[in-house]
Write a protein that binds this ligand. Structure first.
Ligand code: NAD
Length: 351
């Protein structure tokens, strides 16, 4: 099996690459532009493998896309490259429209040309997996879950750009017959998570005794999924998912943001005790504009049709994550040097 993973130097993409190379023994080409969020040390465990190759390019560059696909001749493309941070999309939406919309379009077109040239049975077996987010569905009230049929209602420039890319991917299946499968996932967490996101930011700020910023009153609810469970789900969806179908991926782990932060603090009180409890560092900051109240996924379709189940519950997964950050300063130390760490979404550009 030969797989192109776009965005393989990012948080989820690197987990997917590690999974495919180490667990599945697939040949993988990681196609990544290395924006501020792309960090090759996340691939330390596979970089020496003969199964792994890196291709440094932008998915908006049509000839780079064409060359990579024509030379590597994949059986599957898993598309994760994106601008992914909501706060950044509020202050600079252009990159989100460029990469998430134009980049996805460019990749779909490059894939279509290649797929049209494939003989059977490779043509029928080929899959393009478009990886997206539950944020395209907008916000839930106190009850209910996002299902695959929930109407799109995005709130932020990030989720609007992802929604656009989902529609393009689905249209390429309906119009051209390209075997596209779409996945929409809830919030991921786990090792190798970039320090601007809530969970790693909280861990690393706590360790350096900096304020732990929490938006509003911390009551927004997210449905947390351990990143390795997501990587397994994506492999399964790419392998068994039917073209034209959407699969929601979620861990059934709803938590209020403030409870996530308090849980991290109490794990750190246990593993790396200081003179005062870490929770004393919690600092409530002005809420994000357009902040969705609650996301929660109904993953029944993925569980019942494809047999996937999350292995990690939040309590064990968050402890594993904190332990990983405590043990792996080699990974996050250099990133922290480029980052002021005081606020959410304020990472400095990588030099
Ligand atoms: P990330 O920001 O950690 O990584 C994105 C990767 O894409 C980086 O390696 C970056 O260099 C690369 N990239 C960005 N623009 C590119 C371009 N123009 N050309 C080539 N490469 C480019 O993102 P992530 O958190 O790993 O998310 C991966 C995918 O999963 C995204 O599509 C995101 O929308 C989706 N998703 C993320 C979450 C989450 O909780 N992180 C949840 C659901 C869905």
């Amino acid at each position: 099996m030969r797989v192109i993973v776009t965005g393989g130097a990012g948080f989820i993409g690197s987990a997917v690459v590690r999974h495919l190379v180490i667990e599945c023994g697939y040949e993988v080409l990681n196609f990544d532009k290395l924006t501020y969020a792309g960090y090759l040390p996340s691939l330390r465990d596979v970089e020496a493998s003969p199964l792994y190759q890196f291709f440094h390019a932008d998915i908006c560059d049509a000839s780079a896309v064409q060359n990579a696909i024509a030379n590597f001749r994949p059986d599957r493309i898993m598309h994760l490259a994106a601008e992914s941070h909501v706060d950044r999309s509020i202050t600079g939406a252009a990159d989100f429209v460029q990469t998430n919309v134009i980049g996805t379009f460019t990749l779909l077109e490059g894939t279509r040309a290649y797929w049209n040239s494939l003989p059977e049975p490779q043509r029928s077996a080929f899959r393009f997996l478009h990886v997206s987010t539950d944020e395209v569905y907008g916000s839930l009230g106190e009850d209910g879950l996002f299902e695959e049929t929930t109407p799109y209602d995005p709130s932020s420039p990030y989720s609007a750009s992802k929604a656009s890319s989902d529609h393009l991917a689905k249209a390429w299946e309906r119009t051209y017959g390209l075997p596209v499968v779409v996945s929409n996932c809830s919030n991921n967490y786990g090792p190798y998570h970039f320090p601007e996101k809530l969970i790693p930011l909280t861990i690393l700020n706590a360790l350096s005794r900096r304020p732990l910023p929490v938006y509003g009153k911390g009551e927004n609810i997210r449905d947390w999924l351990f990143v390795e469970d997501h990587a397994r789900a994506l492999d399964l969806i790419a392998e068994k998912g039917a073209p034209g179908q959407t699969y929601n991926v979620g861990g059934r782990n709803e938590r209020r943001n403030i409870d996530v932060v308090r849980t991290i603090c109490s794990i750190l009180d246990d593993l790396a005790p200081g003179e005062t409890p870490y929770a004393d560092l919690i600092s409530f900051v002005t809420d994000r504009p357009g902040h969705d109240a609650r996301y929660a996924i109904d993953a029944t379709k993925l569980e019942s049709e494809l047999g996937w189940k999350a292995r990690e519950n939040f309590d064990s997964g968050i402890r594993r994550t904190v332990e990983w950050y405590l043990a792996n300063e080699w990974w996050w130390g250099p990133l922290r040097e480029r980052y002021d760490g005081e606020r959410l979404g304020t990472i400095k550009p990588v030099a």
